[in-house]
Structure formats: structure tokens, C-alpha cells
Design a protein around this ligand. Structure first.
Ligand SMILES: O=C(O)COP(=O)(O)O
Ligand SMILES: [Mg+2]
Length: 228
């Protein structure tokens, strides 16, 4: 008897359409029909992956904010403190820069542990200010994230696996950027889509030939029904 292995999926760059923006609708049915846990592990704020699970019709198993927020389906864990990241955002603004998401800033509005800055904003002063507060800045290719260096997606995945009761060694992970390296190190098998950055490609067991959702769909086809 074989089953599907647990999945760990990043969002941006991984479930996205070929042009890189927006969820590719072809991923919804395979995820909905997957007969094992599907964990969404993202740098986006908590409501985004929760909504993705909700609209896909799958249980909410979520690592958000690069590991700062973890939801096991029963309990929410916050593994970082937003105050330092918020202070960096204020100091960056005080130095004359903007976060770059407009007045109402729906990118950061519901963030609980980190701050995201638009890639069009200057990164050097951001890195300097973040260092003053003991934080790091990572570039996912979709945003700069000012975050505590400790929490990461991989640790969040481990919390969910422990709670739900599946083995990390059985997990198949797909991702595209530096914030997926910890996932790749934690999951048993890992795949970087062809559009992935050099960190993700170096950490993955395999680099796919296809980009974005095409790459992810190829992995789903390949690993479906292969879990002993
Ligand atoms: O929020 C980002 O910058 C990237 O999001 P992702 O981790 O789902 O790719
Ligand atoms: Mg990504």
C-alpha cells in the first residue's frame, strides 16, 4: 500500500504562474486531492497562507513570516518579537525612506514578527539599521524581510510535523529562494524550481528544469503515491 508523502510548499516563486505573479490555478486540485498533510511555508504574513488553505479547501497547516508564526491547525506559535523589526521600520522611515507598499500597507498590516520592504527601496541603509537592532535582512526576490535570524521555515515545519504526527524524513519540499533553505534542510526530499536563487538551488536535493508552478506540478506528479 502506498500513499502520498507530506508536502511542504512555498508560495511566491513556487506556486506562481509562469510570469512569477499570482497563484497558478492548476495547483488547486492536486493540493485539494493530496492524501497527506500539505504545509504552506511562506514569508508572507499569516493571513495569506491561511486564506490559501481556506480557498484551496485543505486543512490550515501554516508556517508564515519565514517561521515567525506557526499554525498547527490547533495552536498558533509566535517565535519572534515584532518590536525590533518595527523599530527598524521606524528608523528607516525616519532616515527618509519608505517601506514602499502605499498608505495602507496590506503587506505588513497583519504581520506579527517581521517587516517586509518593497524591493524598489534601498537595501544598504536597511541592512545597516537592521544590524543595529540585531536583525538580518533577507531578499526573497519578492521582498526584503527584516527579521530575527533564529526563526526559520524549517523549525516551523518541525513543530507542525510533531503536532500532526508525520515524519520530517518523509516530507517533500518545493521552494525558490533563500528563505526555503531551512525547509530543504529539514524535509527528507527537496526540490528547487528552475527560477530559484543560488542559495535555494545549492540547498536542494534536485534543481528542476521547469519554473514556478510547472516545476511544482512536475514534483507532485512524480512523488504522488510513492510514500511506502
Ligand atoms: O514573502 C516573500 O517575500 C516570499 O514569499 P514566499 O516565502 O511564499 O515565497
Ligand atoms: Mg518563494
Amino acid at each position: 500500500m502506498t500513499a502520498d508523502p507530506p508536502l511542504v510548499l512555498d508560495i511566491d516563486g513556487t506556486l506562481t504562474r509562469p510570469d512569477g505573479w499570482g497563484i497558478d490555478p492548476r495547483i488547486f486540485d492536486p493540493i485539494r486531492e493530496w492524501d497527506a498533510p500539505v504545509v504552506i511555508a511562506t514569508g508572507k504574513a499569516f493571513p495569506y497562507p491561511v486564506a490559501l488553505c481556506h480557498f484551496a479547501g485543505v486543512p490550515e497547516l501554516v508556517v508564515a513570516e519565514n517561521g515567525g508564526v506557526v499554525y498547527t491547525g490547533d495552536d498558533v506559535f509566535f517565535t519572534a518579537d515584532r518590536d525590533a523589526a518595527q523599530a527598524v521600520a521606524e528608523a528607516y522611515r525616519a532616515a527618509g525612506y519608505e517601506l514602499g507598499w502605499g498608505e495602507e500597507d496590506t503587506v505588513n498590516r497583519w504581520r506579527e514578527t517581521e517587516i517586509a520592504i518593497n524591493l524598489e527601496q534601498p537595501i544598504d541603509p536597511l541592512r545597516e539599521i537592521a544590524a543595529d537592532y540585531g536583525l538580518e535582512v533577507i531578499d526573497t526576490g519578492y521582498a526584503y524581510h527584516v527579521k530575527d535570524a533564529d526563526p526559520n521555515k524549517g523549525d516551523g515545519l518541525a513543530v507542525i510535523a510533531d503536532h500532526v504526527g508525520f515524519d520530517l524524513a518523509d516530507c517533500v519540499a518545493v521552494g525558490d529562494s533563500i528563505n526555503d533553505v531551512s525547509t530543504f534542510e529539514t524535509a527528507g526530499r527537496s526540490f528547487a524550481v528552475s527560477n530559484a536563487d543560488s542559495d535555494a538551488k545549492a540547498a536542494a536535493d534536485e534543481v528542476l528544469e521547469e519554473p514556478h508552478a510547472d516545476g511544482t506540478l512536475s514534483v507532485l506528479e512524480r512523488v504522488q503515491g510513492t510514500h511506502a
